[in-house]
Design a protein around this ligand. Sequence first.
Ligand SMILES: NC(=O)c1ccc[n+]([C@@H]2O[C@H](COP(=O)([O-])OP(=O)(O)OC[C@H]3O[C@@H](n4cnc5c(N)ncnc54)[C@H](O)[C@@H]3O)[C@@H](O)[C@H]2O)c1
Length: 387
Amino acid sequence: MQQERQFSRIDWVASSCRLLRGIAAEFTRTQPFAGLTIGTAIHLEPKTAALLLTLKAGGARVVATGNLNSTQPTTATFLAENGIVIIGERTGDAGAHHGFIDALLDESPDLLLDNGGDLFARFLERPYGNLIGGTEETTSGRTRLTPVRDKLALPILVINDSPIKQFAENRHGVGQSLFESFLRFTNRSTNGKRVVVFGYGACGKGTAACFRHGHSVVSVVDIDPVTTLEAHLDGFSTPHRTDAIRTADVIITVTGYPGIITAADLPILKDGVILMNGGHFPHEIDRHGLLADPTVVSVETSPEDMIATLTLVDGRRLHLLGDGHMANLAGPRPLGNSIEAMDLGFAMQALCLERVASRVLGSEASLVPVPADIDRAVACEFLDLNR
Ligand SMILES: NC(=O)c1ccc[n+]([C@@H]2O[C@H](COP(=O)([O-])OP(=O)(O)OC[C@H]3O[C@@H](n4cnc5c(N)ncnc54)[C@H](O)[C@@H]3O)[C@@H](O)[C@H]2O)c1
């Protein structure tokens, strides 16, 4: 009989990231980051482990910290054992997180890989000389950094603004993983549930579609009338905000903006409603405001399942998943977006960092989308691997 060998989720992910494996082999040969330090602030979970080891294969010294709340301790330990300098640990505390960002910038990285703008925003407050530029992964980071683009004046390629990231990760990846997260957190069915999705950008489109495929009755609320029209033509109901909230069994926020659901909505939320956020920052559902409202008489929490149940003075109960953090990276056994979605995005990350490291880009490339030739190369490679 053959001897059984165990493998971990990190092994499973690494072997499934087929684009990154090819890039790591190429980087091992070409060493685009030889002599450079890359500082990263991105969720430390198995898929980012594959990305960080790819950068290390290219000769980089990689110094990594996580984003708020999403660091997975086993991944951080694995990376530390494999030569990545890990700063900090999992924390939901914004002050502690900012301390980790500062400690990372103390290392004066030559390139920054940012996810939400924390690194570049803080760099402006405490600049140093050798920063060449870097990448920003998200919509929220681009929105945050756009007002300070002229001050940054460094090449920063925005992965989010590649069409591939938009449809592969934000639409298909986030849609599937928020659907999976709802099932994972609640073990409730989606059939026949009235689900309201706030925000009909790429993430909201995928989320609305996945819940529709899960036989929910899906409505969309977006502040932009043109986007709302698109949702209407896509066959979703588009009630006014108040009507949508009043009838929702499940509310999912994916806008990128704060205060989408607040204590002001407490009088109209339906008994038993489940509140879940998929946007980058945990501010779309105002957890603190909800908990502090005088009409909330008790809060029961299940730390293991990360479900908080708020009971109101009139007996209605509301359930908040994952403390309002991005649900697909919170709660029990969070898996995040699919490996394929992240392999595509992280292949672009690796190739964009290689492009910035080559110093062919100037300040005119501050907060610009992924160069089209990189999009095409990644698309061709992925298609070839799947033919
Ligand atoms: N969970 C994940 O894995 C994951 C992955 C990628 C992106 N994100 C995050 O998801 C969020 C959305 O990303 P996106 O790419 O879909 O953004 P997007 O900018 O394409 O879409 C956001 C939509 O929200 C709408 N909106 C803004 N304010 C609103 C409000 N008050 N009420 C209703 N609608 C409102 C906008 O009009 C827009 O249509 C961002 O925070 C992004 O960083 C999460």
